[in-house]
Design a protein around this ligand. Sequence first.
Ligand SMILES: Cc1ncc(COP(=O)(O)O)c(C=O)c1O
Length: 348
Amino acid sequence: MNPHAEEIHGGIDYQEFRELGLHPKDVIDFSSNIMPFGPSPEVVRSLHELVIDRYPDRDGYELRCALAQHHAIGISRIMLGNGCSELIHLAAMSWIKPGMNVLVLGPTFSEYARASKISGGVCTEVSVFNSWSDSPTVAVLEYIQSQSPDVVWLCNPNNPTGHYLDTGQLESLFEAMPQIKFIVDESYLDFVQNGASLFCRCYPNLIVLRSMTKYYAMAGLRLGYLSCTESTMKLLMERRVPWSVNGAALIAGTAALNSLPYYRNAMEKLRQTNQSLTQALKRIGLQPSDSSTPFFLVPVDNGKRTREQLLKNRILVRDCHSFGLENMIRISTQTEALNEQLLLALRT
Ligand SMILES: Cc1ncc(COP(=O)(O)O)c(C=O)c1O
């Protein structure tokens, strides 16, 4: 029994694989939402410069400068983290006090509720994204206004549904309800065509989180970053773990920002393969949900069983029961050749 089983995420469960006699290399992973074309050659090359017998820059100055330029924002409003996951917990630790009412609009990434509860927040998890609606933003805004919680988590675009929220309307809400603190996770925003970021926006009641593990395909290195006002930054600095971002992640992060054309090109290819895959799934009688991202939900009889059956064919999909969606799987588009293998397995 895996003592960490409570924390259910996509990706490979190494213990499960060992028990099943599977080697991670032999399984095609459709369960993690990571750029399938891999990191840029510059990122790979940069790692040869890694010095491992020296502490990394605790403040990640060079990478923060590159991010400041990329997002047109002052460097003092940017903090790096050991993946967005670390920053989710740091934001919760800094803003959520015991007894505060915390609203998680879901189904969504489970760490928001987990981090809120660890900090003593009274967490309400509400499903607003269960069906694809023309206007998910309106549903979200209405719910927040009716509840008026102390803290709200928003995932934009949302994992696992791929809903994208209109940032203009969100900004009106930040202004209209300054008593509510908003933590917006933009980990998948770079996958959205014409997605608008709140990263450079400055509101005392806003923290924006981003991940570099997904779009830049560096999940193994662990790298995320956030923006907030300078006074919120003080709270975060008081609580953060020093040197949490390692030297490899710092070097690779800077190299990734120096190779944006590679990623833009990869994203263009991914958009095309995503379209071909969703069309092919429809041709075999499945109904992939509309999504603003290259990951999407697919209704099945039983998500857990479908995952198990596909794993026998060395294909891993995300069974969505932990999101409260028992009859859904989440699929992240891979390369064309790998998608063909998924289609073959699903047909049989
Ligand atoms: C919405 C969302 N935010 C954050 C994370 C974690 O990102 P990172 O790998 O940067 O810790 C995930 C991982 O699945 C996620 O789905």
